[in-house]
Write a protein that binds this ligand. Structure first.
Ligand code: UN1
Length: 480
């Protein structure tokens, strides 16, 4: 067990406390209190927005080189400290050490990528239809952005929202996710250590009250949200009521198609990663395995072997291959869906039992359920846990129809050696991201990210596309 951290909000470059107490627990061993925190509300959000508004003029008018340097320095610090911060992340979130360290490094890379983007922001020169008139477009910063981030990527997602917001001259109020404030705080502290001026990034710790206050605040010009569909819908509605721009990244029910011609070992490795790594707690997780008849039984048997062999344990034990769920509620949700799938006629091939561990934590047995039907609840609602179900199909066309037949559309994968089907899938899969012979989860940090249908709303996050959300185009006409 390690020390308990004492956290504060970050407002105007200062650590600020408030009365209501909160804490974050280690999901691998709930006797371990990772951090004690204040819990903010509308009052702290108002202070944070005021600080961000006050910082906006100087920051938005600063040379892009200043903004680039801060991000670059912070990225270097994060990469240097990936082991210690990654360990804190795994202790607080429950993903394995390799995943925690990997995510921290990814956050560092995101900061460095946007250090470059700060210098690459560009406009256009266009010919006017009127002789002697010139037209230019500029991308300008907009103001204070509200960022609402989830617990499942407690450093990468704050990084990929904060970095483009500030790279392009905006200021920020971020709500760290309730269960993972210490990890988010590590990022905010590093940004300040790297020379970020006071008030450019402010963080308020707390629950739904904080999110609601950010969304409702009249001086917050845009909201970027990652979380559940239910919460996202409310965020979108309330933001639009006052014409704030909004970007929503919500759930997935991501399909992985395995065709008869797939290399079996490769298909199994891809499914194991996509469905079970990070305890299945990724909105990009492969939760529906759509398998063609000819390979189905061999695939299910081989995957079941691998799933059974996964070492579930304390996230900080280097031998662990799958950590716990984040909370009791998340663990119970996984078991509830396993029961629902059973009642709907699914066959639990491996897993599904309660685990007896040597310490109190929110452990879930990784579970594979076969013979489920495309229309059943397990194949239409997001579980957000280490649970995958298989659907048997006769051919590629049926597989594609099943893959597209849900309300979500974030990531979609196919394992095949056929160029014809791979290309067709890339065109016709109704998803924001397609993966050929790769897991549906685990994306690069420098390219656009996002989905379609019920998964996402608004402009894409990350990569060159991030500028669309965090800047506004001004069209300037001039005649001499
Ligand atoms: C990934 O799969 O690498 O919350 C990233 C999530 C997504 C990020 C997934 N927004 O799971």
């Amino acid at each position: 067990m390690s020390d308990t951290l004492e956290l504060s909000h970050w407002i105007g470059g200062e650590k600020v406390d408030s009365d209501r107490p909160g804490e974050s627990l280690n999901p691998s061993d709930t006797r371990d209190v990772v951090a004690r925190t204040p819990r903010g509300g509308a009052a702290e959000v108002a202070q944070a927005v005021a600080a961000a508004s006050a910082a906006f003029t100087d920051w938005s008018e600063a040379s892009p080189e200043v903004r680039s340097d801060v991000l670059d320095r912070a990225g270097t610090l994060l990469l240097e400290r990936r082991e210690t911060i990654g360990r804190l992340l795994s202790r607080e979130e429950g993903k394995t050490l390799a995943e925690g360290i990997g995510e921290t490094a990814r956050a560092g890379r995101v900061l460095k990528f946007f250090a470059g983007e700060a210098l690459r922001l560009h406009g256009q020169n266009l010919a006017s239809t009127r002789p002697g008139v010139e037209i230019q477009t500029y991308r300008q910063p907009i103001g204070v952005f509200g960022l609402i981030t989830p617990w499942n990527f407690p450093i990468a997602i704050p990084a990929w929202k904060i970095a483009p917001a500030i790279a392009f001259g905006n200021t920020v109020v971020i709500k760290a996710a309730g269960p993972t404030p210490a990890t988010a705080e590590a990022l905010i502290a590093i940004l300040h250590e790297a020379g970020l001026p006071a008030g450019v990034v402010n963080m308020v710790i707390g629950d739904g009250d904080v999110g609601r206050a950010i969304v409702a605040h009249k001086d917050v010009v845009g909201i970027s949200f990652t979380g559940s569909q239910a919460v996202g819908a409310g965020v979108g509605e309330n933001a639009m009521k006052r014409q704030a721009r909004v970007q929503l990244e919500m759930g997935g029910k991501n399909p992985l198609i395995v065709l008869d011609d797939a290399d079996l070992d490769r298909a199994v490795a891809i499914a194991l990663d996509g469905s079970f790594f990070a305890t299945g707690q990724r909105c990009t997780a492969s939760s529906r395995l759509i398998v063609q008849d000819g390979i189905h039984d061999r695939f299910v048997a081989a995957l079941a072997e691998k799933v059974k062999g996964l070492r579930v344990g304390d996230a900080l034990d280097p031998n662990t291959q799958m950590g716990p769920a984040i909370s009791e509620a998340q663990r119970e949700q996984a078991y509830r869906y396993i029961d629902i799938a059973r009642e709907d006629g699914g066959r639990v091939v491996t897993g599904g039992e309660r685990l007896n561990m040597d310490k109190p934590g929110w452990y879930v047995q990784p579970t594979l359920i076969a013979d489920t039907s495309a229309g059943s609840r397990i194949n239409n609602e997001e579980v957000f846990g280490p649970v995958a179900s298989t659907i048997r199909v006769k051919d590629y066309e049926e597989a594609l129809a099943v893959a597209n037949g849900v309300e979500f559309g974030l990531s979609a994968g196919i394992v095949t050696q056929s160029l014809k089907y791979a290309r067709d899938f890339q065109r016709r899969a109704r998803a924001g991201m397609t993966m050929v012979n790769l897991p549906t989860a685990g994306v690069d940090y420098h390219v656009p990210f996002g989905g379609t249908k019920g998964s996402s709303y608004g402009p894409r996050e990350q990569g060159f596309a991030a500028a669309d959300f965090y800047t506004q185009i001004k069209t300037s006409y001039s005649a001499s």
